[in-house]
Design a protein around this ligand. Structure first.
Ligand SMILES: O=P(O)(O)O[C@@H]1C[C@H](O)[C@@H](CO)O1
Length: 291
């Protein structure tokens, strides 16, 4: 990855101009759907959708379970934009391309970003099918210098040295938990630390044990770069991990992880997740339609 891959303000604006010429929707909330979780977009009313391949500057989704469409619409009167499929570095995209849509959302007027992902559990108490409200993250690629904010800082988006404490909005986390109580699903709900690794391989046992020692609750291959860029440009961030598999931490355990099982578990819980996210959006303060 080189800073030469960095994307200019003009390039983000080109994508924004294209989208605004095609849709009247002016979203305040953006949702990034993780592996197998794209069905949420299908529940939007008054939908208008665009294939990534048609949007200037957008890369292509290549992972199964990531459809590759940007869907605009309303959830109970609140205007949203939903990524049916995200980009991962392991697909070969630069980290700037992975986070490209987030800055496009910012320029479209989005104030709140909701990120979802499929993740493996490191915490002993977690089960497959649990939903983890993300309290914080460990960004391994970021710690190693692979950061979407590398290169000359664009002050129009945010400061050179952004803080990363308290990124996952406390009020939205509380709102989500209260909604889970009302939905009667708290037995499936956790709150914890998500760790991003580069992928595309799943973890070795020694790596899984290391993550456990570091206080990681769930591990995945996305989310942190998008959250970083959103937070840098002042967006409010809320994140959910769907626990799709248990990460093997014992040499006696012969179980292995695969993407197909991950997609099956995502499917199983997608309805609950859709309901939860819809309720969160309905109940969050949104300065709707005042672009
Ligand atoms: O986009 P997410 O983070 O939901 O995708 C997860 C991590 C890998 O991309 C893939 C592994 O099955 O699912």
């Amino acid at each position: 990855m080189h800073c030469k891959d960095q994307i200019s303000h003009k390039d983000y604006q080109r994508s924004v101009d294209w989208l605004q010429s095609k849709t009247q929707h002016r979203p305040k909330v953006a949702i990034i759907c993780g592996s197998g979780l794209g069905m949420l977009a299908d529940t939007l009313q008054c939908q208008e959708s665009f294939k990534y391949s048609d949007i200037p500057g957008f890369p292509q989704s290549t992972v199964q379970g990531h459809i590759g469409r940007l869907v605009f619409g309303e959830l109970k009167g609140k205007t949203c934009v939903c990524m049916q499929g995200r980009f991962h570095m392991y697909e070969g995209h630069s980290i700037y391309k992975v986070t490209f849509p987030v800055r496009v959302f910012k320029l479209l007027g989005v104030e709140t970003l909701i990120v979802t992902n499929a993740a493996g559990s490191i915490a002993e108490s977690y089960h497959c099918g649990d939903v983890m409200i993300i309290r914080d993250h460990i960004n391994f690629p970021g710690l190693a210098g692979l950061n979407p904010l590398n290169g000359p800082n664009d002050d129009k988006f945010g400061p050179r040295f952004p803080p990363m404490s308290g990124v996952y909005d406390k009020d939205l986390r509380k709102l989500a938990f209260d909604i889970c109580k009302r939905m009667g699903v708290t037995q499936f709900v956790q709150e914890g630390v998500y760790c991003m690794v580069g992928g595309p391989n799943f973890e070795s046992i020694a790596e899984a044990r290391l993550l456990h020692k570091l206080g990681v609750d769930a591990v995945g291959m996305s989310t942190a770069p998008e959250v970083l860029v959103a937070s840098h440009c002042g967006m409010r961030v809320f994140g959910l991990s769907l626990i799709t598999n248990k990460v093997v931490k014992s040499y006696e355990d012969s179980e292995t992880t695969n993407h197909e099982t991950i997609l099956e578990v995502s499917k199983m819980r997608s309805e609950m997740l859709q309901k939860l996210i819809t309720e969160i959006i309905i109940h969050m303060d949104i300065n709707n339609n005042q672009a």
